[in-house]
Each structure stands twice: as C-alpha cells, then as structure tokens.
Design a protein around this ligand. Structure first.
Ligand SMILES: [Zn+2]
Length: 268
C-alpha cells in the first residue's frame, strides 16, 4: 500500500502521513530500524529528516551499506513511495537484501514536501548545495550522514517533469554499465526509457546522461575508495503508481546487479 498525501500548501498532516507507513514497518519488522538523521527549526516548528535502515541477513562477508535518498526535491514524491514499497517487499523477503544494510532517507526536504515545492522553504534547490559549505540545515544533516555512514554506494531517486521516460546518471563507466543499465533495462518494462540525445541539458545515450549538475547529493569527495553513485529519474508526468513501480524495480535490479558485480570483481 502506498500512502501519500496529495500535494498542497502546508497540509498539517502531510509529513505525518508520509512517515506513518515507514514507522508501521519499523514496528512490525525487526529488520527495519527507524531513527532520526537530524532535525532543524524553521519558523516556530521543528522538522525532522528520518532515517530507516533495513538490516539485511548476513551473507558471510562484511555487510555492504547503501544510502538511498528521496524527496530532496519536495514535489517528487515517487521516490519516497518507491522506498516504502521496496522496504515492504524486503521485509517479506529479506534474503533479497542478504549482505546489505540499506539506509533509507525518504524525506530529505521536509519543508519543500510540506509546501509541495521543489525547493526548501528557504528557497534553496537542495540538490545544488552539496559539498559547497552550504549553510542549509538539511545539507549539514545529510552531509553528516554521508560522512559518518561511509556508504559503499549512494542512490538518489528523482522525478523529472521535462522527460517522458526513465533515465539516470552514474559516476563512471563501470557503474553505468553494471548498475544503471540493468536498472533501466528492468524498469523499462514498467515505463519507457528516455532515449533522447539530450536530457535535462546533458548529452545522453540510451537513457544515461553523461554528466550532472554541480552540487548534487554525492558521497564525500575525499572518501576512499569512492563509493558508487547513481541518480535514477522517473518521468514526473507519468502516473505516480507507475513511477513508484519503475523506481522500485530499478532498486531491486541495482541491488542484484551490485551483488553480482562485487562477486565478479573479487576474481578480476
Ligand atoms: Zn529532483
């Protein structure tokens, strides 16, 4: 079940409606831990950036840790709903996440989500503020998470209202071929891939863009070894349930592809 409030100005229960099913999941599954990444005050209210961690069963090696981020733009709810659906599926079938701890941030921009706007209430596009000494509290909280969690990979979910299809960005050729491409192949059974030569102003090929904007959510620039980094975009003009299904499918595909990739890389 996907529960999301309709967008609109200052819906007082909107944030609670978004959290509620995640909290319910954390209550019912001992593998899902609900905590708070951080909180900040805005006007006379306090806003929280929640963190829900799925603890996958061990697979004999060290757990790999992936960070998943949604609603960095407050008007793109599909990513949060996809994380919820994905966590619900994994709670029923934990073996799918064997060897992984999946740290999910379904609500990175709470004021923007409450207002139904891309930007935060301070007027900032948060996805242009990373690793640039931003004073935005959301960025301090998320940069802190990216530093302390030391992710093996980072996935950001977005929805683009200028595209009719699925596309993405991965940092580096290896991850384009081994993570993003399997994700696009799997999810295009749900929605078409955007095959234009230029997407969002960037040169693109088969739904993979060659570059991205500076300041997007990314691992710490000095983290070694560099984690993988993927941005997955659904077409915001398409029905929400299709976007959710496509994004969820992409997440399953990326996890499976990463597991295969790691296993293969050991023998290279
Ligand atoms: Zn976005």
């Amino acid at each position: 079940m996907v529960m999301l409030a309709p967008s609109g100005q200052n819906h007082p229960h909107k944030l609670r409606q978004l959290y509620a099913p995640f909290l319910g999941l954390a209550e019912h599954s001992r593998r899902v831990i609900g905590t708070v990444a951080g909180s900040f005050a805005r006007e006379d209210r306090r806003y929280t950036i929640p963190r829900f961690t799925f603890l996958g069963p061990g697979d004999g090696g060290a757990q790999r840790r992936i960070g998943l981020f949604a609603l960095l733009h407050g008007d793109e709810p599909a990513g949060a709903a996809a994380l919820l659906r994905w966590l619900q599926t994994l709670a029923d079938r934990p073996a799918l996440a064997a060897g992984y701890d999946l740290v999910c941030y379904p609500l990175c921009n709470p004021t923007g989500y409450e207002d139904g706007t891309r930007c935060s209430r301070a007027g900032l596009d948060l996805n242009r503020e990373f690793w640039r000494n931003s004073a935005a509290p959301e960025i301090s909280i998320l940069e802190g998470e990216l530093r302390t969690q030391q992710f093996d990979g980072v996935i950001a979910l977005h929805a683009d209202d200028t595209s009719d299809g699925l596309y993405g960005y991965a940092h580096g050729r290896v991850f384009n071929e081994n993570l993003l491409l399997p994700a696009l192949r799997a999810s295009e059974r749900v929605l078409p891939r955007d095959r234009r030569a230029v997407i969002d102003g960037f040169a693109a090929s088969e739904g993979i863009i060659a570059d991205c904007f500076p300041g997007v959510l990314a691992p710490p620039p000095d983290q070694q070894p560099q984690p993988f980094e993927v941005i997955f975009e659904t077409p915001a003009v398409m029905p929400l349930d299709k976007q959710v299904e496509a994004a969820q499918t992409a997440l399953h595909a990326m996890l499976a592809a990463h597991r295969g990739f790691i296993a293969h890389a050991q023998y290279l």
